[in-house]
Design a protein around this ligand. Sequence first.
Ligand code: RET
Length: 293
Amino acid sequence: MVMENYIVFSPWAFFVIAHVLSLGAAAMFAGLLYFIVTAKQISPRYRIANWLGAVVMVSAALELGVQYIVWKGTFLPIVVGGETFFAAIGNQRFSNGYRYVNWSIDVPVLLMQIVVVLGLVGRKFWSPVIQFTLAGLLMIYTGYVGQFFEAVVTNSVEIGSLAQVTGGLVLGDISQGSLFWIMFFVSCAFYAWILYLVVAVGLNKDNLAKLTPEAQWWMKAVVFTLIGSWMLYLVGYLMPAVSVSQESAVIRQTAYTIADIVSKVIYGIMIGYVAVLRSNAEGYQEGRVEHVG
Ligand code: RET
């Protein structure tokens, strides 16, 4: 099961995670509004890039909202000697699995945004899109299987009296099952396939040649932003192996949230900007069609 379920949280750790999850959901709603409002600045040929960004926002806002509700419903307050702690003492348990299922939508859609903004058509469009989707889903689902084995309890801690409860207490000796590691490496192979393709398509000379120098700079920044932010998802996956503690849980949920905001919202804004530059360079002006018509 997920490591968080075996931890007794101090109020600070419980609330930092709750706040960080709500920040993630709020950022997705803000991003949704941005992508809708700015879509008009992009010519119809590339505008789908913004609509794809909006699709990502809706699914991620829902998922992070669910994650927040499950967090608050799982870790309930217990008062020991006048101090409050939060532990999974009810019927519910926390899971990061909601994230993985959300990625099944977002990963293919985010990668498709690159192909759209580069204006690729026919085989040059479908070949990367199909490979991105296939490799993306395999990366996610192998990782999804692996995360079920991130916390295997050997000597579960029996609490003699409530007085022994403290913030940060871990309820057992926890280690990772072998499938945690096996699936990690299998997932990494599909991840490498995606990164190779992102570089091969996004930094391809012929594809970049169709952009203005400014748009080229931003397109390269898009590729590096993607690579940098996606690495944080691995940090989240690996945290139980680094340490099973409330600090580790805080780092994990914070890393996931930073990754979400950068890889979905900031990345989408950058892609949208490339699309605006491209539209302008091709003579598109917002509202022009209406005036001429
Ligand atoms: C997993 C499992 C361990 C190995 C690897 C992983 C990579 C995950 C990535 C996720 C990206 C998600 C995005 C979501 C946006 O909505 C599955 C953690 C390599 C790269 C971009």
